[in-house]
Design a protein around this ligand. Structure first.
Ligand code: UDP
Length: 251
């Protein structure tokens, strides 16, 4: 990628190379060709919480920087990119990426695998995908609790040969799981999706569009899951960090 062109593919925000173009471009230029070529691919959907966590944990930071793509999940990242005069084209939320990948998998009759969430929720995901996308081939699924060993999972996934493996274990677990096993996999797009299975299965509600437009998705989430407040402190911390970088003109 040429980081100095006038239309860069990535922008450096707080030390991380974020994909800066649209979801459409990501699909057309990278994801679909890679799936077609059976190339391995690792996508991190990063919001301010993930960035702040990575800043505090070097091992996690290395994992994130090894990924093929870091996409700007979270409006905080989009705002930061504007304040730093390196705007990303749009937010690419994990949930939207999940739905888009399901649509592409349906169009191109691709094989998928679901890993993560509670047993009842991942089962709901599988049956809903089965009903909504007639061409998708569901090769398998596993709940994210009492996970089998890595060796077992690698053997199973390599035997099933999915084109896309949706990994919804929450951060940092999902990125760590992908990163430490990626070498062993023969093919596939691996993407960390946080709570997307819970939303798709109907266990959790996604914020209505109006909340998203007003940048208040975090508030909607906090009301649904009050126990998240501690983790959410990292959002204002991220904003403060960006503002201080802007005032020092260092990124
Ligand atoms: N989860 C899981 N295994 C675990 C811990 C969590 O499968 O050991 C699932 C959990 O059920 C939920 C998702 O991972 O579906 C985490 O969602 P969250 O919205 O907290 O994602 P984050 O914001 O942490 O990435």
């Amino acid at each position: 990628m040429n980081k100095h062109s006038t239309d860069p593919e990535t922008v450096n925000l707080a030390g991380y190379e974020f994909y800066s173009r649209s979801m459409d471009k990501l699909m057309e230029d990278h994801i679909l060709p890679k799936i077609k070529a059976r190339a391995k691919n690792f996508i991190v959907t990063a919001n301010p919480e993930i960035v702040m966590y990575a800043n505090k944990h070097d091992d996690f930071r290395s994992i994130i920087t090894r990924a093929d793509f870091i996409v700007p999940d979270g409006i905080g990242i989009v705002l930061a990119s504007k304040w730093l005069n390196k705007p990303v084209t749009e937010r690419i939320a994990g949930y939207d990426l999940f739905i888009r990948l399901l649509q592409e998998a349906n169009t191109y009759k691709k094989k998928v695998y679901f890993l993560g969430a509670e047993e009842k929720n991942v089962r709901k995901v599988v049956s809903k995908v089965n009903n909504e996308y007639e061409n998708i081939i569901i090769t398998g699924f596993k709940s994210g609790y009492d996970l089998p060993t890595d060796a077992h999972m690698v053997k199973e996934i390599n035997a099933l040969k999915p084109d896309i493996v949706f990994v919804a274990l929450g951060y940092p677990l999902q990125e760590k799981w992908i990163d430490r096993n990626l070498n062993e996999f023969q093919q596939g797009l691996f993407v960390g999706l946080g709570g997307s299975f819970d939303v798709y299965s109907g266990n959790l509600k996604r914020a209505p569009k109006i909340f998203q437009k007003l940048y208040l998705e975090w508030l909607f989430r906090l009301v649904q899951e009050p126990s998240r407040w501690k983790r959410m402190i990292s959002i204002p911390q991220f904003m403060a960090m960006i503002i201080s970088k802007k005032s020092k003109r260092v990124t």
